[in-house]
Design a protein around this ligand. Structure first.
Ligand code: SAH
Length: 253
C-alpha cells in the first residue's frame, strides 16, 4: 500500500495568501509534518496527526514523512512561503535520492506557495520588474565567503537582490557585513527595504538608503530587498513610498 506525500507552501502568513490547492492538500492529509510555527498555522482537524520537529532537522523530518507515506498515509509536509524556496521540498528529494528505493514509487506532489519575496514586492509596488535574484544569507549550509561572493557578484551584475534568512540569534553580524560589502560596489542612495512579517498583523515595511542600512531593522521574519541603480522611488501624497524597477535597463556606457 502506498500513500501520498504533499509538500505544501503555506504562503507568507495571511490565510488569504494560501492557495486553494494548498488548502485542499491540508484538508486531505492524515498527517502533518513540519517545524512547529508552521504546523501551528494549520487549523486542527480531528483524525489528523501533527508531527512537530525542530527547525534544524529537515532531513530527518523528510524521511519521517516519506516513511509515513510509504505506509499508506496521506502526508503533508509544510513550509512557509513556497516549499521550494530555502525550505522543505529540497530535503524531501534529497531524502528520496539517498533513501529507500521504494520511495521512488511514491506519489509526491509539490504544492506551490506565495514566497515572502512576492508578498513583499507586492506591498512595495513593482521592485522586481527587471532581473532579480534571491539569496539566503545563512552560512549554516554554505561558507560565508561563498555567500559574500554571490552577493557581490549579483550586485555588480545589476540584479535586484532579495535576502532571505538575513539575521538570527546565531548569525548576528552577517547582515551588517553584507551591507558594508555592498557599500563598496553600489551607490550610497540604493534603496534597501526591510519587509518584516509581511501579511501578518505586525507587518512593518521600512525603506532606507544603503548608506544608512543597518541590521537593527531586521529580525528572523524579515526579507531584505536591495534595489539597483535603476530602481525608482515614487513619494506618495500620504507620505508613503512606492518602489519600482522599470522593465528596460539602460545600455552600459
Ligand atoms: N520558503 C520561505 C522562505 C523560508 S526561509 C518562502 O518562500 O518565503 C525563512 C526566511 O523567509 C525568513 O528569515 C525571512 O527572510 C523570510 N520570510 C518568511 N516569511 C516572511 C514574511 N511573512 N515576511 C517577511 N519575510 C519572511
Amino acid at each position: 500500500m502506498t500513500g501520498k506525500l504533499f509538500v505544501v507552501g503555506l504562503g507568507p502568513g495571511a490565510e488569504e495568501l494560501q492557495t486553494v490547492q494548498a488548502a485542499r492538500a491540508l484538508e486531505e492529509a492524515d498527517d502533518l509534518v513540519g517545524y512547529a510555527p508552521y504546523v501551528a498555522r494549520v487549523s486542527e482537524r480531528p483524525h489528523q496527526t501533527r508531527h512537530i520537529s525542530d527547525n534544524r532537522e529537515e532531513l530527518a523530518r523528510a524521511r519521517h514523512a516519506l516513511q509515513l507515506a510509504a505506509h499508506g498515509r496521506t502526508v503533508a509536509v509544510v513550509s512557509s512561503g513556497d516549499a521550494g524556496v530555502f525550505a522543505m521540498a529540497s530535503a524531501v528529494f534529497e531524502a528520496i535520492e539517498s533513501g529507500d528505493a521504494g520511495w521512488r514509487a511514491l506519489d509526491v506532489e509539490v504544492v506551490p506557495g506565495i514566497s515572502a519575496l512576492f508578498a513583499a514586492a507586492a506591498r512595495l509596488g513593482a521592485p522586481l520588474g527587471n532581473d532579480f535574484c534571491a539569496l539566503s544569507l545563512s552560512d549554516n549550509l554554505k561558507p560565508w565567503e561563498r555567500v559574500l561572493d554571490r552577493l557581490l557578484t549579483a550586485a555588480r551584475a545589476g540584479f535586484v537582490i532579495a535576502l532571505y534568512n538575513a539575521i538570527s540569534r546565531a548569525r548576528p553580524w552577517q547582515l551588517n557585513a553584507a551591507f558594508a560589502a555592498l557599500r563598496e560596489v553600489l551607490p550610497a542612495e540604493t534603496p534597501v527595504v526591510f519587509a518584516r512579517a509581511v501579511s501578518r498583523a505586525d507587518e512593518q515595511i521600512v525603506i532606507v538608503d544603503l548608506a544608512r542600512a543597518g541590521s537593527q531593522a531586521a529580525d528572523m521574519r524579515t526579507l531584505v530587498l536591495i534595489g539597483t541603480i535603476s530602481t525608482r522611488r515614487i513619494e506618495r501624497s500620504d507620505g508613503g513610498t512606492w518602489l519600482y524597477t522599470p522593465r528596460s535597463v539602460e545600455k552600459s556606457p
